[in-house]
Every structure is written in structure tokens, then in C-alpha cells.
Ligand binder design. Structure first.
Ligand code: NDP
Length: 483
């Protein structure tokens, strides 16, 4: 071996030992950051914290709990997620046909049976500067989570055209299963070419007189089996190569849409009283900003052949991390993986049964923040008028809902919480808009959920659409007179 060769070997050895040292340092730093002793300095501990209550979240929580770790699930503003707005599902494993809300009911019951603690709240922000991670809730509580599974899914996309916001609740909606009964014998349009558009059109068919699906391309994206189902519904027709440029109305309700045909390049006014949007979804990942990496559209990328995100101990499952499959079944499957990954992370970092026993007294306890009042249910205008005259000094807040409206049911805990918070100034009542149609008609209710605030029997304020506990509280504060 000559001098040059010896020098070369020396250099290689130096490089290898240098790299080895760097890796060892990195390992040390990582291990230090996740030292199990850190958890003894904290209160409100959650070994596994799942955010989201669709199939991905519920399955992740079930597996976290089955893995022997105390598991908490924050169910968010719309418990159950998108499946709550779906009717028949023909591709859920093992079921020839099942209703979307039924799937959620069963998964939730399974999670509760496995001793998952379900919390009716919303995560505002996650702080990952140190571990355990600080998860800030809307109710003001901070939970210190050892692992987190993000399963917050996606929300319906809007068109972004003129008139959409103005007529939201006045004929524009993204929930056929909720609002179809308000369009009896009306002509309506459904916008979009995917499975959801087909599903919405079918949900409308028992009510509307005529349903036109507006597809912007020359073909639909929906599965062929879904498109074939349309043939069974003579009221439904499809228009291709058309785009909505504007939604028009009489200042209160929709009367038509301005349609542009991208083939003929001609525009026309298309008369309709309802615009049902089914134009895809956007991931609900705003609250993880700064805590984990997302792509430019807000999807979370998972890595290492696991449900791992860019931040150790935080995992993602369901639609928030899936732009390809987006099925209830695949969401549940990825939730299972995320639950297993969370359990594995805890085991790998020394969270043994003995440690779990030691932190029992510091586990998060949702306790008092979950207390809720019962609501008055009224069935007619006569009953409402009686209530108004019994409470001349108070505002009456009426929550209109229907049996088929899942977001109304999802809003019920917020409404009950508000009834407790504002009991001194307001009387809260809930009215089924289908059953008490005389009340719904006299206050021009066209969409649920809708809240009206009555002062001396007159409408002082009206709000259409879902509100979280915090949003409802803030909204009612604006109605109250200054002290
Ligand atoms: P998709 O993303 O599949 O489809 C969205 C549709 O909206 C596309 O046709 C798209 O058009 C169209 N679109 C998007 N933006 C606009 C716009 N600005 N103007 C007009 N049209 C627009 O979303 P879906 O909600 O339909 O489905 C999401 C997932 O859920 C899918 O995986 C689907 O299979 C699943 N699903 C399954 C159901 C079932 O099995 N029962 C029911 C409902 C959903 P383009 O094609 O030109 O991009």
C-alpha cells in the first residue's frame, strides 16, 4: 500500500466515524426531546389524542384504546363528518346497503365500548415546540398529548362565483340530504360530475320536480355504477360542458344561474330555485399550520410507509391525507394504521403500563366544560306565541332543524351549551321545521339549521348554517344589548 492509498483509507475512516457521530448525536437529541420524564411535568395528559370523528378518527381511537393506551377523541364541529350527510352506502365492508349515519353510530358505539373518551369540542391550534405537544381547545383547555392522530377530513368546496354567498341558505346549499324537503315540486340544479353529484341528485328526486346535473367537462367523473343508477330516475337529466358564472335571485331566494357553455361559448340564464353544490372537498388542516407540513392544497403527506407526518408522534389518517381513494372503507383502514402507529410510538418511547399507572391522576378530564342544558321543544305557532307572552323580558332563540339534517344534530350540543351560558337573558327552543311547518313558513325558513332571535315576537336576527359552540356563543353576544 503506497502513501496515497493509506491517506485515502484514512480519509474514508474519518468520514465514516464523523457520520456515525452525527447520527448518534441526532439520535441522542431526538431521544432527549421525547424523554418519558417530560410527561411528569405536565397536567391534562392524553397518551393518544385523536382529532376528528369520521371513520378514520373513530377507528384510530378504537385501536389506540385496544392497544392499552388511554385514548381521547375530539369530535369537532361536525361530529361524524361527511358520512353524516350521506344516505345509502353500498360499499362499506360487509354490508350490502347501510346508511352513512348508521356507520358512524356503530363505529362510535364501538369506540365508546373500548373506553375511548369522546370530547365535544374543537381543536384551535397545536403547539409542537416541546413534547408532550400542547393541544389548545376552543373551550380554553390545553391538553398535553403524547401522540396525536389528525383525522379531520375535508369540507365541501364552494364555487366562488357571484351570488353564492348572498344566496347561501336562500337556495344555495351543499347538503341535499338536509335541504331537499324545502324544494318540493321545484326545479333545481346539482353542480359537479363526481359520485357526490349523483348522490345529491338521487337524494333530491323524491322532492324536486326536475333535477339537472351541471357538469363542466364532456363526461362525468362519477363511477360508472353510480352513473348507471341515474337511469332509474326519469326526473334527473345531465347537461355537459356547462359552467355556472353567476347565481341570480330576487334578493331573498335564488331564481336562476348564468350558464356558460364552454363548447358553444354561449351563455344563457337557466331558471332554477335551488343550487346544490357537489364540487369536491378541501382538507380541514388549517389548525395544524406550523405544527406539521402540508402541501399547497392543505393535504398532509404521510411517510416512512406509515401514517407518520413530518412531526414525530403525530400521525394522519382519512381524507386529510388522501387525495386518491377517499372511501369510507379506506379512511377506516388508515385510521386503524394510525392508531397502531400511535401505540407503537408510545411503546418505543418507554410509555409502559407502570408509567401509565403513574400518570392516571394527571390524565385530561373534560369534566365541567361538557355540561349542557335541556331544550324546550315546540310544535306549533300557538305554542311559540304562548312562550313569547310568558317571557316578555327575554329574547327567544329558535333553532329550526329537521329529522334528515345531520348538521342540525351535530349543532345540538352547541345549542344546549349556549342555553346554559345565556340562561339569564334568553329562552332557547328547538322546532322541527317539517313538523311545525306553520312556524317555518311564517319566518321564511328555507334551509336548516337556521337560528332566529325573537324580541317581542319580531325577528331581531337570523343565522343560517352550522355554528360551533364558540361561534354560537360569539354570535349570541353580538345580539345581546351592551351592559
Ligand atoms: P370529486 O372530487 O370526485 O368530484 C368533484 C366534481 O366536481 C368533479 O366532477 C369536478 O369536475 C367538479 N368540480 C370541481 N370544481 C368545480 C367547479 N368550480 N365548477 C364545476 N364543477 C367543479 O368529489 P366528490 O365529492 O364527488 O367525491 C369525493 C370522494 O368521495 C370520491 O372518492 C368519491 O368516490 C367518494 N364518494 C363516494 C360515494 C359513494 O360511494 N356512495 C358518494 C359520494 C362520494 P372535474 O371532473 O371537471 O374535475
Amino acid at each position: 500500500m503506497n502513501r496515497n492509498q493509506r491517506f485515502f483509507i484514512f480519509l474514508v475512516l474519518l468520514l465514516v466515524s464523523g457520520l456515525g457521530y452525527c447520527f448518534a448525536r441526532r439520535e441522542l437529541t431526538t431521544t432527549d426531546s421525547f424523554a418519558i420524564a417530560n410527561i411528569f411535568k405536565k397536567q391534562n395528559i392524553a397518551p393518544v389524542l385523536v382529532v376528528g370523528s369520521g371513520p378514520a378518527g373513530l377507528m384510530a381511537a378504537t385501536y389506540g384504546s385496544r392497544g392499552g393506551k388511554d385514548t381521547f377523541l375530539i369530535e369537532g364541529n361536525k361530529p361524524g363528518g361527511l358520512l353524516m350527510d350521506t344516505t345509502e352506502v353500498a360499499n362499506w365492508p360487509g354490508e350490502t346497503m347501510i346508511q352513512g349515519p348508521q356507520i358512524i353510530e356503530k363505529l362510535r358505539a364501538q369506540a365508546v365500548h373500548q373506553k375511548v373518551t369522546i370530547i365535544s369540542d374543537q381543536v384551535e391550534r397545536i403547539d409542537t415546540a416541546s413534547w408532550p405537544y400542547a393541544v389548545h381547545l376552543e373551550n380554553g383547555d390545553t391538553i398535553h398529548a403524547l401522540t396525536i392522530v389528525i383525522a379531520t377530513g375535508a369540507s365541501p368546496r364552494k364555487l366562488g362565483v357571484s351570488g353564492e354567498e348572498q344566496y347561501w341558505g336562500g337556495g344555495v346549499t351543499s347538503c341535499a340530504v338536509c335541504d331537499a324537503p324545502f324544494f318540493k315540486n321545484e326545479e333545481v340544479v346539482v353542480v359537479g360530475g363526481g359520485d357526490s353529484a349523483v348522490e345529491e341528485a338521487i337524494q333530491l328526486s323524491p322532492f324536486a320536480k326536475k333535477i339537472t346535473i351541471l357538469v363542466r367537462k364532456g363526461q362525468m367523473r362519477a363511477a360508472q355504477s353510480m352513473q348507471d343508477r341515474l337511469k332509474e330516475y326519469p326526473k334527473i337529466s345531465v347537461l355537459y360542458n356547462v359552467e355556472i358564472k353567476k347565481i341570480v335571485g330576487d334578493l331573498e331566494n335564488v331564481t336562476g344561474v348564468e350558464l356558460y357553455n364552454n363548447r358553444t361559448q354561449k351563455s344563457e340564464l337557466f331558471a332554477t330555485s335551488g343550487v346544490f353544490l357537489a364540487v369536491g372537498h378541501i382538507p380541514n388542516s388549517g389548525f395544524v399550520k406550523g405544527a406539521i407540513a402540508t402541501d399547497e392544497e392543505g393535504y398532509i403527506a404521510v411517510r416512512d410507509n406509515r401514517r407518520a407526518t413530518s412531526t414525530p408522534g403525530i400521525f394522519a389518517a382519512g381524507d386529510i391525507a388522501d387525495r386518491i381513494y377517499r372511501q369510507a372503507g379506506t379512511s377506516a383502514g388508515s385510521g386503524i394504521e394510525a392508531g397502531l402507529d400511535a401505540v407503537q410510538f408510545l411503546d418505543d418511547h418507554g410509555y409502559s403500563n407502570q408509567i401509565a399507572a403513574q400518570v392516571q391522576s394527571t390524565l385530561y378530564n373534560p369534566g365541567a366544560s361538557q355540561s349542557q342544558a335541556e331544550l324546550l321543544e315546540l310544535k306549533s305557532m300557538e305554542e311559540l306565541q304562548q312562550l313569547i307572552s310568558d317571557h316578555p323580558d327575554k329574547r327567544i332563540v329558535v333553532d329550526f332543524w329537521t329529522e334528515t339534517c345531520s348538521s342540525c344534530k351535530q349543532m345540538l350540543p352547541s345549542f344546549r351549551q349556549a342555553a346554559t351560558e345565556f340562561a339569564d337573558d334568553m329562552v332557547f327552543v328547538s322546532i322541527d321545521a317539517d313538523e311545525a311547518s306553520d312556524v317555518a313558513d311564517s319566518y321564511s325558513i328555507m334551509k336548516v339549521p337556521t337560528l332566529i332571535v325573537l324580541k317581542n315576537g319580531e325577528i331581531e336576527d337570523k343565522h343560517t348554517g352550522f355554528l360551533s359552540s364558540q361561534q354560537l356563543s360569539e354570535y349570541l353576544q353580538t345580539v345581546l344589548p351592551e351592559a
